[in-house]
Design a protein around this ligand. Structure first.
Ligand SMILES: [Zn+2]
Length: 279
């Protein structure tokens, strides 16, 4: 009986502690707009990760999906200017892994680009150099050197610059949910090895294709030696869950000033956060 009481007492204490920690962190992270630099000074747990696909001028009315995944280079340039003017500091996952903190009074943000399309080199890369901004390109390794996709040489050039982190988006962009372990290893582990050979640097970040994954895929990403993995779930990323990072989708018409002044005070809840768009 005594042992049972002790057990119950310990459980109650643990629960009270967890509740207190939860409340204090929720309090620390919430304020009027949830985005003060205080929130993002080290150590920071949550931060915004933007998700882009194409940066191109594209208005094909017969391809609404392609249009929805495209942000014009002019808009993207304005977004970089806005980030600079509003004290955001673009970072990479490697920076976070290496515990590189943003400059004082700066707020960290990561810009990610899925699929490794050619327009990343043509349209994004020159702007990153112009504004000294960093970005992460998640490339499909077997698509490199194919029409419409980045070349291995371009990937190497950008990785060497230190402005672009190259992350893995698997070998073949398959749906990872429900895949047998052998296939997961090929797509997740081999894509890392291949990419590291191309860029001659460690690959620390991974992106689940089409936002599809299961527990086995998450486990395999960790086993393969990645440090971070991004999903397509909307909201602020919680670095305490590094293999399940949420992102904010950037669509044509998304107003970056609105998406980053969203009321993030509630981000500790499970309520999904939807990016606000102009239309
Ligand atoms: Zn993709």
């Amino acid at each position: 009986m005594i042992i049972n009481f002790k057990k119950i007492f310990c459980l109650v204490l643990t629960a009270a502690f967890l509740l207190l920690v939860g409340l204090s962190s929720a309090h620390a992270q919430s304020n009027d707009n949830g985005m003060s630099s205080e929130n993002y000074s080290k150590p920071y747990v949550t931060m915004p990760i933007l998700m882009y696909h194409y940066i191109r001028d594209y208005y094909n009315q017969h391809d609404p999906i392609g249009v929805g995944l495209s942000v014009s280079p002019a808009c993207f340039a304005k977004q970089l200017q806005w980030l600079q003017a509003n004290d955001w500091q673009t970072m990479t996952f490697g920076d976070i892994k290496n515990k590189i903190a943003p400059a004082a009074s700066k707020k960290p943000i990561i810009l990610t680009f899925d699929d490794g399309y050619q327009d990343f080199y043509d349209n994004v890369w020159p702007l990153l150099q112009k504004y000294h901004a960093k970005a992460v390109a998640f490339v499909i390794v077997n698509a490199l050197d194919k029409p419409g996709y980045l070349t291995k040489a371009e990937v190497k050039t950008m990785a060497d610059s230190g402005l672009v982190e190259i992350g893995s988006h698997t070998l073949n962009h398959i749906d990872l949910a429900g895949q047998p372990e052998k296939r997961l290893k090929i797509e997740i582990n081999d894509s890392k090895t291949e990419l590291e050979k191309i860029i001659n640097q460690p690959v620390v970040s991974f992106c689940y294709p089409s936002g599809r994954y299961d527990q086995n895929a998450i486990k395999e990403v960790e086993v393969a030696g990645y440090s971070f993995a991004t999903t397509t779930h909307g909201g602020l990323a919680n670095l305490a869950q590094p293999f399940w990072l949420k992102r904010l989708r950037m669509a044509p018409g998304t107003d970056i000033s609105k998406i980053l002044t969203y009321d993030f005070g509630n981000h500790t809840t499970t309520r999904p956060l939807r990016p606000r768009t102009k239309n």
